[in-house]
Design a protein around this ligand. Sequence first.
Ligand code: PHE
Ligand code: NA
Length: 497
Amino acid sequence: MEVRSQWGTRAGFILAAVGSAVGLGNIWRFPAVAYENGGGAFFIPYLVALLTAGIPILILEFTLGHKYRGSSPLTFRRLNKKTEFIGWWGVLVAFVISTYYSVIIAWAMSYALFSFKLQWGSDTEGFFLNHLQVGKPGQVGSLVPDVFIPLIVVWVIILGILLLGVKRGIEIANRIMIPLLIGVFLIIVIRALTLPGAFDGLEAFFKPDFSKILNGKVWVEAYGQIFFSLSIAFAIMITYSSYLPKKSDITNNAFITGFGNSSFELLAGIGVFAILGFMAGQQGVAVNDVVESGVGLAFMVFPAIINELPALNGFFGFLFFFSLVLAGLTSLMSISETYIAGLVDKFRISRTKAVLVGGGLAAIISMIYATKGGLHILDAVDYFINSFGVAMLGLVEVVLIVWVLRKLRELRNHANDVSDIKLGVWWTICLGVITPIILGYMMYDSLRQNILKTFATETGNYSNFPDSFIFYSGWSVAIGVLVIGIILSLIKWRKKP
Ligand code: PHE
Ligand code: NA
């Protein structure tokens, strides 16, 4: 039996946790979410969400990993015999996310290369849809080599890093990639701020609309962003903290990770809006008319802006897509590590075997998104897994630990024993009262909306999905991960947990 892996240094753990948190969500999700929900005023609900849910849950997950020293399934099993399935549920949500997150990184890799010759031309939207050979929703069709080949490259890199292990693989990769990402991103932001019109963009971004913060939806958006952005409730942070040495400061690490991620988010907001301000100026339109997020922002709007840059277009295009690749890879390795760790613990197989079986399976499934119908499937799966993964898992985890198993005091003592910052009663109130109420409301709201089938009209971009398609790609995946999680939890452990 191998000894359990461990981080080599404290900085290594923090960089890996920040690397997991800082992802595509920071760059392409946060700026638009903040802008649409009150601009400068959004920072109030956002900060409240960070302090009342984000960091408290991060501390909870770090404590769980550190105390029980296991993958998410093993940790939940050690908490209570009956709760192992929650650990698997989180792992399977992470598994599904990893199958499409890898595809987006693959697109970004291709685009990093396209940048040098501005290969996307003037019709950037047409180019993107053409590059992916997008077909009709529900169609699967043949593999698209332009997506398939970079996707293989992504998985070779990720599985290679995971095969090297926690200390020699994940830790070293993050020690290189995160400082590089920050450096590259700073260059982009400085360039963006020196473009004409940049400050109109910033003005639009920061202009506070205080009327918005009385709106419940804005608060739901703030909590949703914090959950997604910090990679909490998906087994990731439990897994990473299970590799912490016995003597590690938990609370401090959680604050550094939480504020580190938010700082990057703010930086991205500034960079993205400075660039959008430039674009609006070029086209003689209001900033509001060019705001986009997600795939549309990165692969349609940004290439158009890169075309317009006064100089070094290709170089800045490369830097932008390279930053997406770095942010994406460091998150993808953390998501994938959840199932590697789960397989190693439960089935007592070697790490190498677990990487080849678990990672290999994820890689094969990810090929679905490299087909002509891939973009639509990705859209639906992403939407459902996030609506249900985030709120439901978070809620189940918190209510279970605080109210059903009543473990909070024990966990608080554990964290306080090793940490400088001592947890007070605020932690209990945040986890026991505030978080369940807000997550409960979020879940109710998203269930209601999804059952009302507003899905097709709300996502806009590639709308008009047939019902059967929503059913197969969305609901079945969301429910499937729970069912498979329960089945896995029923399998006998190879060794006493
Ligand atoms: N936290 C990552 C981001 O902000 C996204 C992510 C979510 C990664 C869930 C892993 C799991 O982009
Ligand atoms: Na993030």
